[in-house]
Design a protein around this ligand. Sequence first.
Ligand code: FAD
Length: 317
Amino acid sequence: MSVLVYTESENGKFKKNAFEVASYAHEVANQMGTTVTAISVNAEDNESLGAYGVSKVLSVSDDKLKTFNAKAYAHAIAQAATKEGSQVIIVSSSTDSKFLAPILAAKLEAGYAPNVVAAPEGTNPLTVKRTAFSNKGFAHTRINTDVKIIGVSNNAFGTHENDATAAVETFAPSLEDGNFNVRSVEIDKAVGTVTIADADIVVSGGRGLKGPENWGMVEELAEVLGAATACSKPVSDMGWRPHGEHVGQTGKPVASNLYIAIGISGAIQHLAGVSASKVKVVINTDPEAPFFKAADYGIVGDAFEVVPQLTEKLKEF
Ligand code: FAD
């Protein structure tokens, strides 16, 4: 009856959200008086999950799962849950996990609560706090089904470390051809080395940057900060930046520790997707830009002057 957590990895390395969901699962297991089992797919260094409260890792190593496939991954996790008798399953709120969780929920007849931002308020019945109405409020959601799936928001819970290591067990779920009836044939990676979902810092540009030829200064600032690059919707619609960088209500949600918005007005649809970020810095020539109302720090100024100066100053640290 352990709590099961799906720990995401990329190219064999655990993503940052893997440590967050493992820490969250540990908190849930403590409340329930049980342990945490993780399921990892083609990941290395599985023992390291012990430091985040995982007792056992079911390690899946399968070439068919090299590329993410929501249906096949959901089937593998469902089999792990059945094997462990898990009634509570924890996943992240990444795009991949939001894709697979409803399939998993349908398979296990489970209730699924995504965008959870805090430890459960109680485990019997299980009640969780989630963001609602495009991050403008919170909902306290009770999951009444026997099997429950919790999707934890990125950067909401943090990590809790100890010096334990996890036991690792090889796990070979049975996957049929039907599990692969939708396949990714090619993956277009967004530009930049840090992905938006995993980033502590996001540097984002809007229409105020005038054209794609001016993105060099955004990329340079992002590089100095070790940040991911992002953009507003019109910027990706006009093809200045790849669609993978579009953030907001209809794009990717951002819950970074620092969000720097350059030449972005702060329309409600943009703010809806980035308001979960902890500290927001806005650079805009217009002191009346709506984004300043949501900002923690604001610079009224021309991005073409402010950003290069900021980058040069940061290089000194
Ligand atoms: P603009 O609104 O044109 O703002 C540009 C800003 O740059 C201005 O504030 C200006 O003062 C400033 N500026 C100009 N020159 C400079 C300079 N030299 N230095 C510094 N600042 C300068 N938008 C999203 O971003 N994400 C979404 O998910 C999204 N979903 C939407 C869904 C729907 C259904 C709809 C209707 C709209 C959606 N939008 C979304 C669009 C949204 O309403 C805005 O139109 C968009 O966010 C504006 O983008 P922007 O801030 O880059 O451009």
